[in-house]
Design a protein around this ligand. Structure first.
Ligand code: TA6
Length: 300
């Protein structure tokens, strides 16, 4: 049967969402946080993981998908001093203030190749630093044989702004002990579980314990090899030189909200970032885009 190409507005509990049906892929996007929740190419296993126990409540980021972390990543106090000075955010908020806020649906289109959606964070709505009213933030999402996200910040103010950001992608895996993260061997990383000390590995990364690493000087493409599903997920960004790899493993899973105790076996976060040495300073009148392209191939 030829799948109709359509973008449907739907409500899941408290959250308005867009359900994308297309011959090349299906997807689910929450307007809150402009959060991709699901992405599954035609004929493939899901690429993006959504928690089986996810909540869909106003003001709460949904567990899974691709949360937008902006204008800071992670713990604000662990960010460079210039980010903290510039954003003047609430340190109690992890991952910035836009991922649990309502975004506006600005544009949709659909053709034989893909569905395209543009969402806009309605500054100065909601929380914000002194410059929040003078910065625009949009997310362009392309759903097709590949998934493409472009997070664009425009600085309309008369002073430079400094921020960190990440597209916090939760990837679905067949079984965590059947996957390897390629292309990060030789990259230096900060191990947040070992007093944030700097390390480096010589081999591809296999996940065998709680893992929470910030890689720096990363290559444009990071590959997630999944032998269980006989595929490679290509995570490509030409505008990011930092990436976060996170799996909560057993103990932390039990402490996480909306996260089944065994869900650590079915997901792995590889987050496309601009953090630490790679954070962004944007001069007045300029714009910056964080681009992410996700595609599949068979293992070599
Ligand atoms: O990206 C890794 C991380 O910073 C982890 O330390 C963990 O906190 C994860 O993000 C999820 O954070 P959240 O606030 O969404 O539960």
């Amino acid at each position: 049967m030829n799948t109709q190409a359509q973008i449907l507005l739907t409500q899941i509990d408290e959250l308005p969402c867009l359900r994308i049906q297309h011959p090349k892929a299906s997807a689910l996007i929450a307007l809150q946080g402009a959060q991709v929740l699901e992405y599954t190419p035609a004929g493939a296993e899901p690429v993006i993981w959504l928690s089986e126990t996810a909540g869909f409540k106003g003001g709460q980021s949904v567990r899974g998908g691709i949360p937008v972390c902006w204008p800071w990543f992670g713990d604000l106090k662990r960010n460079p001093a210039e980010v903290q000075r510039s954003v003047q955010g609430d340190p109690a908020l992890a991952h910035g203030w836009v991922r649990n806020q309502p975004w506006l649906l600005e544009h949709t289109s659909i053709d034989a190749d893909a569905a395209r959606i543009r969402l806009r964070y309605p500054t100065p709505l909601g929380l914000g630093s002194p410059w929040a009213a003078q910065v625009s933030l949009t997310l362009d999402i392309l759903v097709g044989a590949e998934l493409n996200l472009q997070l664009t910040t425009v600085n309309w103010s008369d002073a430079p702004i400094t921020y960190s950001q990440a597209l916090h992608s939760y990837f679905a895996v067949s079984q965590i002990d059947k996957v390897q993260v390629l292309d990060l061997d030789q990259c230096r990383y900060i191990d947040t579980l070992q007093q944030w000390r700097e390390c480096a590995d010589a081999d591809p990364l296999a996940i065998r314990q709680e893992t929470d690493r910030i890689y720096l000087d990363t290559p444009a493409t990071i590959r997630l090899l999944d032998l269980g599903w006989q595929r490679i997920i290509h995570i490509n960004s030409d505008t990011s030189r930092s990436a976060v790899v996170w799996n909560p493993w057993i103990e932390k899973s039990a402490r996480l909200s909306h996260f089944a105790d065994d869900a650590w076996q079915r997901m792995l976060c590889i987050e496309t970032a601009r953090v630490l040495d790679d954070c962004v300073t944007l001069p007045p009148g300029e714009q910056d885009t964080l681009r992410l392209n996700i595609g599949l191939s068979a293992p070599a």
